[in-house]
Design a protein around this ligand. Structure first.
Ligand code: ADE
Ligand code: ZN
Length: 328
């Protein structure tokens, strides 16, 4: 059954989208021109053709090249408003947006510049486009725990603008436990917790275990390899931990020569699975609507499955009980 129209019309949430990953080539050129930054490509087509990666590390290399054009508060505003416009047109009612402050503060851009641009766009989009959003601050896991702690402290004066903290970037030899004290401090300050356990990483099961059992995370981003461990599935199900799966980036698990669809597998296991876009500008422009369409095709999702995913998204969102009731 073709459920494309049903998916398009469905009210949506998105809980896993990196704002820097929504920077489209057109805007990259526009900001480069405005800021007098040189780019290694002459055309949008050449830039898109360079978006060629085969694993997390090769993706991150391309992804980090994009940040050079983001310098001023207005740049962060334009980036965020453009994302929220696209999301609103896809009937996204609510989005939790990841941002990586260290990507910017390490280049000498003040934390305040980043957060003011983002929050001003959120406020305008709330008013003009009727889309609500909150920010989730991610730590870059290949950087030190000290750097993450300093970033957390930098964020405390902006506490009211940030609903949770996450962990992203290069997972190789950077387990969740490396940030145990940082996440404990974040929890104490009232932030919700999530962390990436990307697909097929070294020690992926141990990373998922640490996230669940040692750091008591509220959500896991991706986390598809949990389907290989019945004991961890049981823990996640019991605790109601939500998974933000991105079917365009990480849709399939290879198990004993068989391809297991992750959304299907998580639904079948009774895990709280949600669907998001991750870095849509680097993934052929597949925003959350297209990501749901891909998941529907790959996993033969029924209308009931799609409604379950929608409800899971509302359930897993870091919003008040009153707002949740409003969406249901
Ligand atoms: N940074 C941006 N997108 C990411 C992803 N999917 N995994 C890890 N780090 C990221
Ligand atoms: Zn991600």
């Amino acid at each position: 059954e073709d459920l494309t129209a049903f998916i398009q019309a469905m009210p949506k949430t998105e809980l896993h989208v990196h704002i820097e990953g929504t920077l489209e080539p057109e805007m990259k050129f526009q900001l480069a021109k405005r800021n007098g930054v040189a780019l290694p490509y002459n055309t949008v087509a050449d830039m898109r053709a360079s978006y060629n990666f085969h694993d997390l590390q090769s993706f991150l290399k391309i992804f980090y090249e994009g940040k050079s054009v983001l310098l001023k508060e207005q740049d962060f505003y334009d980036l965020t408003y453009a994302y929220l416009t696209k999301a609103a047109y896809q009937n996204v009612l609510y989005s939790e947006i990841f941002f990586d402050p260290q990507m910017h503060t390490d280049r000498g851009i003040p934390f305040e510049t980043v957060i003011m641009g983002l929050t001003r766009a959120q406020a305008d989009a709330r008013r003009q486009l009727h889309i609500d959003s909150q920010l989730v601050m991610c730590f870059e896991r290949e950087l030190s725990a000290d750097s993450a702690m300093r970033t957390l402290e930098m964020a405390l004066p902006y506490r009211q603008h940030i609903v949770g903290v996450g962990l992203d970037s290069d997972e190789k030899n950077n387990p969740p436990d490396k940030f145990r004290t940082v996440f404990a401090r974040a929890r104490q300050a009232g932030f919700h917790l999530t962390m990436h356990c990307d697909l097929d990483q070294l020690e992926t099961h141990e990373h998922i275990r640490q996230a669940l059992e040692d750091l008591h995370t509220d959500r896991i981003d991706h986390g598809g390899n949990i389907l290989e461990r019945a004991d961890l599935v049981a823990v996640a199900r019991r605790r109601g931990v939500a998974f933000t799966v991105c079917p365009v980036a990480c849709g399939w698990l290879r198990q004993n020569g068989e391809n297991i669809n992750i959304v299907r597998g998580m639904l079948d296991q009774g895990l709280k699975v949600t669907v998001s876009s991750d870095d849509p500008a680097y993934m052929k422009g597949n925003y959350v609507g297209q990501s749901l369409i891909v998941a529907q095709g790959d996993a033969a999702l029924s209308r009931q499955d799609l409604l379950t995913i929608t409800r899971n998204g509302i359930d897993a969102a870091w919003i008040s009980a009153a707002q949740r009731k409003d969406y249901l």
